[in-house]
Write a protein that binds this ligand. Sequence first.
Ligand SMILES: Nc1nc2c(c(=O)[nH]1)N[C@H]1C(S)=C(S)[C@@H](COP(=O)(O)OP(=O)(O)OC[C@H]3O[C@@H](n4cnc5c(=O)[nH]c(N)nc54)[C@H](O)[C@@H]3O)O[C@H]1N2
Ligand SMILES: Nc1nc2c(c(=O)[nH]1)N[C@H]1C(S)=C(S)[C@@H](COP(=O)(O)OP(=O)(O)OC[C@H]3O[C@@H](n4cnc5c(=O)[nH]c(N)nc54)[C@H](O)[C@@H]3O)O[C@H]1N2
Ligand SMILES: [Mo]
Length: 764
Amino acid sequence: MSSSAEEKALTPEDFENLKTTKPPKHSVGFGGITAAMSQVSKYMNIADAFKLGRKMNQKGGFDCPGCAWPDPDDERSALGEFCENGIKAIAEEAQNKTIGANFFAKHSVDELANWTDFEIGKSGRLAEPMYLAEGETHYKPISWEEAFNKVGTHLNALDNPDEAVFYTSGRTTNEAAFLYQLFVREYGTSNLPDCSNMCHEASGSALSETLGIGKGSVTLDDLYKAELVLVVGQNPGTNHPRMLTALEKCKNNGGKIVAVNPLPEVGLVKFTNPQNPIKLLTGGTELADVFVPVTINGDVAFFKAMLLKLLAEEEAKGNVFDQEFINEFTHGYDAFITDLKTYNFDDCLKASGVSEAVFNQVFDLVLNKKKIIICWAMGLTQHENAVDNIREVVNLLLLKGSIGKEGAGTCPVRGHSNVQGDRTVGIWESAPQAFLDKIESKFGFKPSVKHGYSVIDAIKAMYEKKAKVFFGLGGNFISAVPDTVYSAKALSNCNLTVHVSTKLNRSHLVTGREALIFPCLGRTEKDYQKSGLQKQSVENSMGVVTSTAGVLEPCSTALLSEVAVVCGIAHATLKGRSKINWLAYKDDYNLVRDAIEDVVSGFENYNKRLKKPSGFYLPNGARVRKFNTKTGKANFSINKLPEWRLKDDELIMMTIRSHDQFNTTIYGLDDRYRGVFNGRRVVFMNREDMKLRGLVEQQLVNLKSEFKGVLRNANNFKVVGYDIPKNCCATYFPETNVLVPLASFAHTAKTPASKSIPITIEIV
Ligand SMILES: Nc1nc2c(c(=O)[nH]1)N[C@H]1C(S)=C(S)[C@@H](COP(=O)(O)OP(=O)(O)OC[C@H]3O[C@@H](n4cnc5c(=O)[nH]c(N)nc54)[C@H](O)[C@@H]3O)O[C@H]1N2
Ligand SMILES: Nc1nc2c(c(=O)[nH]1)N[C@H]1C(S)=C(S)[C@@H](COP(=O)(O)OP(=O)(O)OC[C@H]3O[C@@H](n4cnc5c(=O)[nH]c(N)nc54)[C@H](O)[C@@H]3O)O[C@H]1N2
Ligand SMILES: [Mo]
């Protein structure tokens, strides 16, 4: 009997032999190298590993498919810009094993859905296109041509192009992303949700409004030169390991580092640079000068307390705020100060959960430093008031004049390696009119000006059967999105679901009436087209565009590049009515870059400048104090303290990444830096909260969230006592996405609030 879509979407509950230890004192070092190498030797051929190691993040090599942290412009270590999790990411992609017709004949969709995400990921690389017909239990092989035609037929049969949804994940290169959005717009819709909607959308919204650009303002060099770096709501030791090297450099130059985080994340506390053998032996650098254990979602309160005390000092003694900068470059100062004065310092500090002693240490640093950088990631962006979090960060930087000068500015640390580039080249459900006008003048068709669905809207539309075809360019939609059960129903309501993927994932198993899997080349593989070997390009977290070209032969001859898949579908769907020669773009990616150059500003001489080994910087107004906002200035903003209150027995839960995963891809079952081994169904709790509820270490519990009268459950988790503020708890994403209500998201940006979910704990 076949199981329902909702059941298939849930990660099966399994327990290996969960073991917990005290978290280690420092990160990387020998432990990191050993962990990465064991991954390589298990799943890759060693000659390939060597080839990749030599080319990863090197000039003229390929961009690591892991995170979006930039590579140094000039000197790069001979050892490679190495990071444990980067090695794991490529080992995952460059696996020896491939799966195709035989694999899918052997395993039904139902059976595969009973595997854990870890097992699914280890099955191998997808090697040929597969099709699941209506009512069938098994995927069967299909030719590319037939598959493209199936997509075309479904799309052309819809009453309205807005009944199709086109998702993108952030590994897609500039070339593939540009062509994809071009196809979607020529087909007739703006339904272009992307992983960014669940990630840094709140940063984009807040920064566009306040500083006129939805990206960060700093370069790597600024980080080296900053006097003070605040790392807020981010776990770089796991998610952006190469950032630690930059922080270490900053520290060696005399900079101070503050970590604002409910958890004492290991990479920030002590770091051993794997490229420095002497440090390996002596124990590494103490990175954070101050650790601020803020309560979950206590950041606005923390920053408000900071702003209030700075204001008091400014009014008493002066010389705290950069009045010259404020006068010349900002708007809204008076209204901001008037509002700030309505808050009480003690209330704010209390709401932040931070002690006065720790607060004062940070205050002294902020008071005395003039070059400040604030870095952040998902700890700030995944809350209902995420946009307020980031606007408050900007308020602080504006008061200190810490924007648009050396060693100072905003640093939202992006996730996926090209998520920023995808947005730059047009993956945007609400793209600005100026961009749409450029598309019209270059390509001669009128793109829809109606805003399309973001991720949350797309799920609702599919659930309500207003959207009927789902197409995913990369990613793992069902495991990444909130409200797993509801979202699974949404996908299963579709006529057709299609995924362009490198690896099997849960989204291939939660299908519409029909489903297609399109296997594609990964970053590490060579891309041959008619005009020869192709390169592509990506933009990192700091707005630098570089080229990327794989070094391995493709793992299967049946793979197509993402560019070829997009062109194939566009050609099969739009046929004679298209104004674009899709097959020419597929044959020569230089032509795609020429088209991007004509449509997106900042890409002048794209092909030529891409030849420069370290790439080129895109223009960035905030970096040079040109604020492209409605007022033409940098805007102060007014932000409220969040109003939510926990009920007596509730805890506030954040869903975080372990050290052994890349988003929904689970590399292994350990979280070495937090001392958890062989299991992921854990809930980290404050030990006093455990005592209060009569819970002991490794007690089996169920988690429940109630939101607007709807109850959601995630069963069978084990309790792990941890240094986490009271009333807070943490679990791993994606196992607990089932608890994140679809209707709980950031105002303005619609980022799911997956870092602040009120839950209760039930003893099993
Ligand atoms: N190895 C590896 N690298 C990755 C990824 C991966 O999964 N694995 N994912 C990539 C992607 S797409 C992204 S977006 C990034 C994610 O990078 P991160 O944002 O670092 O990832 P998370 O695990 O979500 O961690 C969020 C951090 O915020 C803290 N936090 C949670 N809530 C709050 C809060 O209310 N206030 C504060 N101050 N802190 C809070 C958590 O304790 C945690 O340390 O990493 C990218 N790089
Ligand atoms: N509860 C909770 N939910 C979250 C988050 C959270 O912190 N908590 N984080 C959110 C964030 S920040 C993000 S970015 C999203 C991530 O959402 P997604 O980007 O949708 O998810 P990924 O797990 O990164 O996607 C992995 C899949 O991408 C495919 N893939 C890998 N490389 C390639 C490639 O080169 N090309 C193609 N076509 N496919 C490839 C593989 O098949 C793999 O299975 O999840 C979000 N969801
Ligand atoms: Mo992300």
